[in-house]
Ligand binder design. Structure first.
Ligand code: FES
Length: 86
């Protein structure tokens, strides 16, 4: 079992805390978040061009459409990210 936590940068609140199983790891972070009603900005439909889907982890950022959940949880069972505009 894995745990994903999303914080809003603007709201300074936890906007999602969810447990995932192994079968759910085979999709992009953006797809997963959209499925769970977390609005991720995008104007390129996940093509990796617009760079609007940025999420932060400490001082590193990722394009959520270009990173797979299996990569995120490769070294840890719990991960948290921040979406600046939420
Ligand atoms: S949705 Fe455009 S770069 Fe990710």
């Amino acid at each position: 079992m894995y745990e994903l936590i999303i914080y809003g940068g603007a709201s300074q609140k936890k906007v999602l805390s969810i447990k995932l199983n192994q079968e759910e790891l085979n999709q992009s972070l953006m797809s997963f978040l959209l499925e769970h009603k977390i609005n991720i900005a995008s104007s390129c439909n996940g093509e990796g061009i617009c760079q609007k889907c940025i999420i932060w982890q400490d001082k590193k950022y990722y394009l959520s459409c270009q990173i797979n959940l299996s990569e995120i949880f490769k070294n840890s069972f719990s991960q948290s990210f921040r979406v600046s505009y939420l």
